[in-house]
Design a protein around this ligand. Structure first.
Ligand code: GRF
Length: 227
């Protein structure tokens, strides 16, 4: 990918990562946040989309999800049709709490990213979301946590890792304190990772190998070298 990129977002919550993407790409001519799919009505991200003038969609209540391995399912059809209508090149899961249906993973393989608020492969997987992640981090006594952006595959939080950034766990930290420190890092790493993919600096090869065509991450300034 290296031309103009149309970026779609899937989210479940307040949408601060969605906002970070909007803020990063609004001034850029050939990057567009084309829409956000919220997993439920009332999600804060919908209000952010409205204010930003970005299209939004919500799956019909009770949309059936096809069992793993099976094709179809109302949810799959809805997601694929919506992303297709928006002519999405890249799909970003920004706090999306549902498992992505396999046909969608296949359709967007190498073009679908997720952000996770810990250093994968630790503290990820089914049931590891929100405050649970940060509580587990504190209980394990690790001194470093962080944020991870990875390509999405068929399992929760398992896909090939694209980039990570560390965050310290400090004495007396609560899950809320860790969450806030990690979230601030998410807002920087996610737009940078999306830009790396959109610009062709990184790509997925043979389904599992992350290949950096050129290094873009400046570890001194913690920014994308290109912007
Ligand atoms: C973030 O910590 C994200 O990593 C996690 O859920 C949170 C979403 O925050 N999966 P927001 O909705 O982007 O504010």
């Amino acid at each position: 990918m290296s031309d103009a990129a149309r970026i779609a977002v899937l989210a479940s919550g307040g949408g601060s990562n969605f906002q970070a993407l909007v803020d990063r790409f609004r001034p850029v001519a050939d990057r567009e946040i084309v829409g956000v799919i919220a997993s439920r009505e009332g999600a804060g991200v919908l209000e952010r989309a409205r204010r930003a003038g970005v299209a939004s969609a919500v799956p019909p209540a009770g949309a059936a999800v096809a069992p793993a391995g099976a094709a179809g399912g109302e949810m799959t059809t809805f997601l694929l049709r919506t992303l297709d209508e928006w002519r999405s090149d890249i799909v970003v899961l920004a706090g999306y709490m549902k498992l992505v249906p396999e046909p969608l993973v296949r359709a967007y393989r190498g073009r679908i990213l997720n952000i996770h608020p810990a250093l994968l492969p630790s503290f990820g997987g089914r049931g590891m979301y929100g405050a649970r992640v940060h509580r587990a981090v504190i209980e394990a006594g690790v001194r470093i946590t962080g944020a991870t952006v990875h390509f999405v595959d068929e399992a929760y939080d398992r896909g090939p890792i694209l980039c990570q950034w560390p965050v310290p766990v400090l004495a007396g930290d609560t899950p809320e304190a860790v969450a806030a420190r990690v979230l601030a890092v998410e807002h920087r790493i996610l737009p940078a990772a999306v830009e790396a993919l959109a610009s062709g600096a990184v790509r997925l090869e043979a389904e599992r190998r992350v290949r950096w065509v050129r290094e873009w991450f400046d570890t001194e300034t913690f920014t994308n070298r290109e912007g």
